[in-house]
Design a protein around this ligand. Structure first.
Ligand code: ASP
Ligand code: MG
Length: 405
């Protein structure tokens, strides 16, 4: 007998038919003798709709009340899922996050889980029930309702799997698993049998949004092995776990294209201590998320100057420009150039740590196709370049072909 935590996302519980399918799958596992804890999201679109309702009343609603409001989305699904199991004669009980023992800090709308005391969950399982827990929510030690940030049901599932010492944690979604590239872009993309936490995190931050990043970080920290798989079929999914020796034999696990970046170049910035600090502190204070940063070697004798380029999400471009405009006089930046027509192409793989020539190979493929490289940034397991957006998809296919096939 195994204890399994299964998480179903918004599309997997998007209508009564889908909820019945979820119940049928849960019933199947239970009939094998497994104990099943089900974590569900709100039905797709519900959380967005609730946010919209609140904002129609007031642009910046109180965050405590937003948590009370948003938590209702998941409450609908836990009850409906329990009802669907009852319809199949399977004993099932729904629990709110608080009832499941999920205690968080008091940072409304993005609370962190403090601890989980799943006494009630164990009790109900031992009585033979399927236990259905509302994702994305918890309560403070004082009993205030909190939510864990968008996509937070993933975190509920991973954290519960850790607290329950579950034998298996399955994340059911509307894709089959994690692929070597976006299959809509690269028809040759293959589903991965396994991937390491770090690779998954890099790919998620690169726009391959399969799961909430925080939940993957949590899984890594607590060693929770989990499987990403589809609720629409029975195909095996992708196992996400600590990296193994054999994983290092694969140089590039995945290729990703991020079309949502914009580049800002500051031309003629005085090259002296404290300038970069002032620029990027000001950006940070205005919550502009900066990704790649490249600074040139300085030029000019006497009072040397340099150029600094950085990328940010397109959505933050305006805000970033405002921040820079304010500093421009003060610091003495000669010119500011923005470019929204860039794509960030990245390759990711733990194998890069022990293989040489990876960057050279990537750049050669781009050179062969006459694609110019803008900025370059690297980490131990990732190489990213910015290129012309118009060439982005073709470049992704070429690089995938060269490294993966
Ligand atoms: N319902 C929440 C959201 O839409 C949590 C989740 O789906 O994981 O963000
Ligand atoms: Mg979700």
């Amino acid at each position: 007998m195994a204890l399994i935590v299964q998480k179903y996302g918004g599309t997997s519980v998007g209508n009564p038919e889908r909820i019945k399918n979820v119940a049928a799958r849960v019933a199947q596992y239970r009939s094998r003798g497994d104990q099943v804890v089900v974590v569900v999201s709100a039905m797709s679109g519900v959380t967005d709709h609730l946010i919209k309702l609140a904002r129609e009343i007031m642009p910046l609603p109180n965050e405590r009340e937003m948590d009370v409001l948003l938590a209702t989305g998941e409450l609908q699904t836990i009850a409906l899922t329990a009802i669907a199991l009852h319809a199949l004669n399977v004993p099932a009980v729904s629990l709110t996050g608080a009832q499941a023992g999920i205690v968080t800090d008091g940072v409304h709308t993005k609370a962190k889980i403090h601890n989980i005391t799943p006494r009630k969950v164990h009790e109900l399982l031992n009585q033979g029930n399927v236990v259905i827990v509302a994702g994305f929510q918890g309560e403070t030690p004082e009993g205030q309702v909190t939510t864990l940030g968008r996509g937070g049901s993933d975190l509920t599932a991973i954290a519960l799997a850790a607290a329950l010492k579950a034998d298996l944690c399955q994340i059911y979604t509307d894709v089959d698993g994690v692929y070597t590239a976006d299959p809509r872009l690269v028809p040759q993309a293959k589903k991965l049998a396994e991937i390491s936490y770090d690779e998954m995190l890099e790919l998620a931050s690169l726009g391959a949004k399969v799961m909430q990043s925080r939940s993957v970080e949590f899984a890594k920290k607590f060693g929770v092995v989990f499987e990403v798989r589809s609720s629409l079929n029975d195909n095996p999914g992708t196992l996400v776990k600590e990296e193994t020796k054999s994983m290092e034999e694969v140089v590039v696990r995945g290729v990703a294209l991020d079309k949502n970046q914009a580049k800002i170049t500051l031309v003629g910035v005085p090259d002296k201590p404290g300038v970069a600090a002032r620029i990027f502190k000001a950006l940070g204070d205005s919550t502009v998320n900066v990704d790649m940063i490249v600074q040139n070697i300085s030029h000019g004798a006497g009072s040397p100057q340099t150029d600094i380029s950085f990328t940010t999400e397109k959505a933050d471009l305006l805000k970033a420009c405002k921040v820079i405009e304010k500093l421009r006089q003060e610091i003495g930046i000669r010119d500011v150039i923005t470019d929204e027509k860039i794509g960030k192409l990245s390759i990711v793989g733990v194998g890069m740590k022990s293989h040489t020539g990876v960057a050279g190979k990537m750049f050669s493929v781009l050179a062969r196709d006459g694609i110019n490289i803008g900025m370059i940034s690297t980490s131990e397991i990732k190489i990213s370049v910015t290129i012309d957006l118009a060439r982005g998809e073709a470049a992704t296919r070429a690089v995938h072909e060269a490294f993966i096939g």
